[in-house]
Design a protein around this ligand. Structure first.
Ligand code: COA
Length: 258
């Protein structure tokens, strides 16, 4: 049914695997559309009690939004891209059933943002996290400027977003970005075991916990809007063209600040 992801339902857990391993599971337009449909399944299929989002292959969870789609975008189209991403990730965050990220490798840019939109994160010990958008002349556009601050605090979030550094799973655990770290072969079972435990609790109470915890962050709505505006403005800059071209040509970008 899906082209860019696979799903399987076992013990009430819908496992959603982003499946573009040759492109590090990068989130292109089609993946985002199919992810939205898979999340609908979590909302509306009564047989689904919870979900796991993970990536295909052993290298990447998701290495970000698909950079090859950036070069042709106007600022208006950039805003649409960002707004659509926000809508899908907010639906994950607001889902009344728990959705966990099983982070099995690189979680960069939109991949880190998707993991952060999930209710909690379990990482394999080879996972790497980062928001490297400034390497490309852009900023996080799928909620990362807000959710990273919520999870790890302002200082560490600013450092990560401004240096474009990657952190490993143990540092991510120490910083509060992930809840648990496991060997790769135990990642899915650990994530499933947490969800199985939640399945034994009262579903309506779980939904209310999610709703109330999210209500705590409602003040951030202006921040999300600011992110869409600033992300879109990046598409009017020469630096974005240089950054995305440099990535595709596998060279270091030479930014001019224009
Ligand atoms: N968008 C589009 N394509 C991507 C991608 C992305 N975000 N991330 C990786 N790919 C593609 C590469 O272009 C490459 O394609 P090719 O084989 O056709 O050349 C393929 O996935 C494998 O990636 P490669 O860079 O060769 O693997 P690596 O092991 O040397 O490096 C990463 C892995 C994740 C460190 C590196 O791919 C990377 O930095 N990706 C971009 C991360 C990023 O900036 N994300 C934020 C986007 S907003």
């Amino acid at each position: 049914m899906y082209k860019t992801l696979t799903t399987s339902l076992q013990e009430g857990i819908l496992e959603i695997t982003i499946n573009r391993p040759d492109k590090m599971n990068a989130l292109n337009t089609e993946v985002m559309q199919e992810l939205a449909l898979a999340i609908d399944e979590v909302y509306f299929n009564d047989a689904v009690k919870s979900a796991i989002v993970t990536g295909a292959g052993s290298k990447a969870f998701i290495a970000g939004a698909d950079i090859s789609e950036f070069l042709s975008l106007s600022p208006e189209q950039g805003a649409v891209l960002s707004r659509r991403g926000h809508a899908v990730f907010k639906r994950i965050e607001d889902c009344p059933k728990p959705i966990a990220a099983a982070v099995n490798g690189f979680a960069l840019g939109g991949g880190c943002e998707l993991a952060m939109a999930c209710h909690f994160r379990v990482a394999s010990n080879n996972a790497k996290f980062g928001q490297p958008e400034v390497n490309l002349g852009i900023i996080p556009g799928y909620g990362g400027t807000q959710r990273l601050v919520e999870l790890i605090g302002k200082g560490k979030a600013l450092e990560l977003m401004m240096t474009a550094d990657m952190i490993g799973a143990d540092e991510a655990l120490q910083w509060g970005l992930v809840n648990h770290v496991t060997p790769p072969e135990e990642l899915l079972e650990k994530t499933r075991s947490l969800l199985r435990k939640i399945h034994t609790k009262a579903p309506l109470a779980i939904a209310r916990v999610i709703k109330c915890v999210n209500a705590h962050f409602k003040y951030a709505s202006k921040g999300y809007e600011a992110e869409i505006v600033e992300f879109a403005e990046c598409f009017a800059t020469e630096d974005l063209t240089e950054g995305a071209t440099a990535f595709i040509e596998k060279r270091t970008a030479n930014f001019k600040g224009r």
